[in-house]
Design a protein. Structure first.
Length: 262
């Protein structure tokens, strides 16, 4: 009940925000915002450099090339979606990957690698909230987007009648944050493995080739929600009959992340 009320309140606030023109930003406020943004970027830079060192400390000395390749692929797929700087992260990792450290050095570097964890989390929380709010506004304005009373939104991509299929014929389903980080990928009857709140609405979805479902995290099954960072408020599920590149509508998802969120 609390989740439903929270969703309804969010929808009401969203409608009010859309109906009320924003006040002009004063020069002082703009200067302060720019300073805050630069401070956030500096934290991201420092954290990205620290995480590069941390990844280097985990180097598999028996299979260094395989580990190096896996880490570089992880950076390409995940860094931006986790609000890290891919270039700094990669440069830091490569600069430290071939070094041999003593146990004392590893202990010291491990501590410094986590020095910015709390600040980074604060920045990510703010960025994720902005991203989620922006995505909800965009979805609310989309033609064909259906908003349900519990806060779930969905949109079906419908083509010619002969090509459309029922949602239970879906071949792949993926859930992602609005920043583009894919948290779970489901195959083999994927629609049947979704959270109960999503399964409840599936019978009412029209035949189509793709469905996008935006779900408040509070409505997900507990075992799924437990693995989602607390800063995330909504998850976007893409269900497809064909294809293997879901969530391509997400703003920052240039590549599809596949590993765990930090």
């Amino acid at each position: 009940m609390n989740a439903i009320l929270s969703s309804l309140v969010s929808c009401a606030l969203l409608a009010y925000t859309n109906a009320t023109p924003p006040k002009p930003t004063s020069p002082e406020t703009m200067t302060r915002q720019q300073a805050n943004e630069e401070a956030d970027r500096e934290i991201i830079r420092q954290y990205s450099a620290a995480q590069g060192r941390w990844l280097a400390l985990q180097m598999d000395r028996d299979k260094p090339e395989q580990y190096r390749k896996a880490v570089l692929e992880w950076i390409d797929r995940n860094a931006a979606a986790c609000f890290m700087d891919p270039g700094i992260l990669k440069k830091s990792f490569l600069a430290h990957a071939d070094k041999i450290y003593t146990d004392d050095e590893i202990a010291r570097l491990s501590a410094t690698c986590h020095e910015f964890d709390d600040l980074y989390e604060q920045v990510c929380t703010k960025k994720q909230a902005e991203q989620d709010a922006r995505y909800i506004r965009q979805c609310s304005a989309e033609t064909g987007m259906i908003i349900l009373p519990n806060g779930i939104m969905y949109k079906a991509t419908v083509l010619s009648e002969n090509e459309n299929r029922p949602v239970f014929a879906t071949r792949i389903a993926e859930g992602a944050t609005t920043s583009g980080f894919v948290m779970e990928t489901l195959y083999v009857n994927p629609a049947e493995k979704l959270s109960q709140s999503i399964r409840d609405i599936l019978p009412q979805l029209p035949h189509a080739l793709e469905w996008r479902i935006v779900v408040p995290v509070d409505l997900l099954d507990k075992d799924i929600g437990a693995h989602i960072p607390k800063r995330v408020s909504i998850v976007v599920y893409t269900l497809k009959i064909n294809g293997s590149t879901p969530n391509d509508h997400l703003e920052n998802n240039k590549q599809t992340p596949t590993t765990s969120h930090p």
